[in-house]
Design a binder for this molecule. Structure first.
Ligand code: IVH
Length: 688
């Protein structure tokens, strides 16, 4: 009797463990619980009961033995069943012709002019191996040395588009079946847009930046804590499969493999094409040389694979790469130029950023004159010196960067860069925090550069939005002494403005109108304008929802502020410290004195919610809107129950397109997301 009971208990424990692991993953990592806490507790308690009754069923791997711990990646070694090879490169069309000749010889074929090839974009990411058993992802690993990689299964499970459960395939006899086992190959990458957002956030937090989307994807996939990977929003395209199932045949052509991947539910990069003969391959390569710049992911070439899988076996591989495929590489978007000097910019937070001033050079369609050198460590690493010939790169929408120095061209008399020890603007000795990449000027309230940058930020579109006051006027106002801190904008009058060079009465009156109306901006704008460290536009909006006045926010404790979703200890500490600072207290008192509203008016609060008409709808805005700034547009959406998000996905309901839209438009079109012009968006708001 007990033996039967034991067997049943063992079976149930084996069911419960993966189930509990799965729900725990959804809860802790994806932040998206699939069952209620009560249901989870029931499963968990059932497991404890069984393990108490039959202690031999208790193993160290049981979730009961890792109480409260969030799932963590272990990076254990994984031996690849099918090695992950590299590809031979074709650096131009001549190399493609040579490959065709080699194919003709190896296949002993006189006529290869009609050979079938599949051309695919070569995605600049990390190759990955996945194993699914009975339709479930059981293992995901990095390439490693091609034979042995690292287990990153939990991190891969955070990729939204990666199927959790595979679809069944329709077999030739019409029946349906999920493969018993299947090994998948693909490329994990980070979209250019997500990459920019990750770097923007890192910059706000004073952390070191990633040099490019590939490094960012790699760093994100190799996090110990999958919750961090989940936040980075990685993507994947799959491009090969090895079926291990007695009833399912391996597809006979590569384009059939691609169709099978789609049928199983895998994301497949949609631009691939079956072509015939090398001239069609070349046409494809030429077409995508330009088109690739409109994608939201980076491609550095085209992968060309023979379509007939029989030929793959026939041709085989060298120890390094298969003979049935080749990577056509586009010439890198790099060029050489001379670094004339290095300037040191002082930003709003005091961070000193070295910037390379270059002899102007054409690169990927634009003229490049400046390139960021990021920080001191980067200068050391590159050993870059004024007068050096350097290689600069500009990829997609990414700011140009100095890749390396061409040492052979270094002038004989060159001297290493002397990194300033004092602020290039106010001469205060620079300091560097323990874990910070940047040297900073600590003279927060006395350094002209920091004051000016902060003031430029204060009047900016997403802050107090004082139209007509731009960089040039801010500089004039600071230099003339009319404005020393942000409150001084509201003290300006006609007489003082007219003392400025080239200032006419009409312009002065317009500026005063603008400062007057800026006195009544919502708290979301004011909180963004104050430049609280770690608080960007979105966070300012969230803070204002909970603390709709300066007084409420200033008197909130760190733990109260942390109750807001997305606010961690860094932000809450930063907010409380900011409002305790005597300079802030003084600034707030002055703003009050000059009539700037320090709370959201009752009617503003009442106006907060307009309707629920856009509930469940998610909007992304791209480009510049003529009639309203982005914060206002996002507020209007949120006031109607909608969600404003920064990146386009298949869950986006509408993309609102302003002037000079970025790559989001192409992405929305490829995902069939509805696109609204500014006029249509305004109509939609008016109707709801
Ligand atoms: S096929 C043996 N297809 O490029 C077949 N690779 O330089 C090799 N890659 O390690 C893979 N896009 O990480 C293939 N459409 C694509 C690819 C692709 C990117 C990467 C992959 C590979 C590297 C080879």
């Amino acid at each position: 009797m007990l033996a039967i009971e034991f067997e049943q208990a063992q079976k149930r424990v084996q069911e419960l463990i993966p189930l509990i692991e799965h729900y725990r993953f959804c809860y802790y990592v994806l932040d998206n619980p699939e069952i209620s806490d009560q249901e989870f507790d029931n499963l968990y308690n059932e497991l404890i009961e069984l393990e108490t009754k039959f202690p031999e069923l208790k193993t160290p791997a049981s979730p009961t033995q890792k109480v409260g711990a969030a799932p963590s990646t272990e990076f254990k070694q994984v031996h690849h069943r099918h090695p992950l090879l590299s590809l031979a490169n074709a650096m131009g069309t001549d190399d493609l012709d040579k490959w065709e000749e080699r194919l003709a010889k190896a296949l002993d074929a006189n006529d290869v002019s009609k050979l079938g090839y599949v051309c695919e974009l070569k995605i600049d990411g990390l190759s990955i191996a996945l194993t699914y058993k009975d339709g479930e992802l059981v293992e995901g690993a990095t390439r490693g040395n091609g034979d042995v990689g690292e287990d990153v299964t939990l991190n891969l499970k955070t990729i939204k588009s990666l199927p959790k459960k595979l679809n069944a395939l329709t077999l030739p006899d019409g029946s349906k079946k999920i493969p018993a086992e299947i090994d998948i190959r693909g490329e994990v990458y980070m979209s250019v847009q997500n990459f920019s957002e990750v770097n923007k956030q890192l910059e706000e937090e004073g952390e070191a930046l990633f040099a490019n989307p590939r490094n960012c994807a790699s760093g994100s996939l190799r996090q110990k804590d999958p919750r961090k990977t989940a936040k980075r929003k990685l993507s994947i395209w799959t491009y090969n499969a090895y079926v291990h199932d007695e009833e399912i045949e391996q597809p006979k052509s590569h384009h059939a493999t691609m169709s099978m991947l789609k049928e199983l539910g895998f994301p497949v990069e949609p631009s691939f094409k079956l072509v015939h003969g090398m001239s069609e391959v070349k046409e494809f390569c030429q077409l995508w040389d330009e088109k690739r710049h409109h994608l939201d992911y980076q491609t550095d070439g085209i992968v060309i694979k023979l379509d007939d899988i029989k030929l793959w076996d026939w041709l085989g591989a060298t120890s390094h790469s298969p003979r049935w495929a080749i990577a056509f590489k586009y010439p890198p978007e790099e060029t050489e130029t001379v670094l004339e000097s290095i300037e040191f910019d002082v930003g709003r937070t005091g961070a000193v950023t070295p910037c390379a001033m270059l002899k102007p050079v054409k690169l990927a369609g634009t003229t490049v004159k400046r390139a960021s050198l990021h920080n001191y460590d980067q200068i050391q690493r590159l050993d870059v010196r004024p007068g050096d010939t350097v290689v600069v790169r500009k990829a997609g929408e990414i700011i140009p960067e100095v890749l390396r120095v061409v040492l052979e061209k270094r002038p004989a008399q060159s001297e290493p860069v002397v990194y300033p020890e004092t602020c290039p603007i106010c001469d205060t000795p620079l300091v560097r925090g323990a874990d910070e990449a940047a040297f900073k000027c600590p003279n927060i309230y006395g350094c002209k550069a920091q004051i000016t940058r902060r003031l430029e930020h204060f009047v900016g579109k997403e802050a107090m939005n004082i139209d007509g006051v731009g960089e040039v006027l801010v500089k004039q106002l600071v230099e003339s002494g009319l404005v020393e801190d942000a409150a001084d904008f509201f003290k300006l009058d006609l007489d003082s403005l007219l003392t400025l060079e080239r200032m006419g009465k009409k312009s002065a009156e317009k500026i005063l109108q603008q400062t007057e109306s800026a006195k009544n901006r919502p708290m979301a704008n004011l909180f963004a304008a104050l430049g609280i460290p770690h608080v960007g536009v979105n966070m300012a909006y969230d803070l204002a929802q909970y603390f709709p006045s300066v007084e409420k926010l200033a008197s909130a404790s760190a733990s109260e502020i942390e109750k807001i979703e997305g606010v961690g200890p860094n932000i809450s500490r930063s907010v409380s410290e900011f409002f305790k600072n005597p300079q802030t207290i003084n600034l707030i008192a002055k703003l009050k004195e000059y009539g700037v509203s320090l709370e959201d008016k009752e009617d503003a609060k009442a106006a907060l919610k307009v309707s629920d008409a856009l509930a469940g709808k998610s909007f992304v805005i791209t480009g510049t809107l003529k009639g309203m700034d982005r914060l206002k547009a996002e507020t209007e959406i949120k006031q109607r129950g909608g969600k404003a998000s920064s990146s386009v996905s298949k869950n986006t309901s509408y993309l609102v397109v302003g002037e000079n839209p970025g790559s989001k438009l192409a992405k929305a079109e490829s995902l069939n997301v509805k696109v609204l012009s500014e006029e249509e968006f305004v109509e939609l708001l008016a109707a709801n």
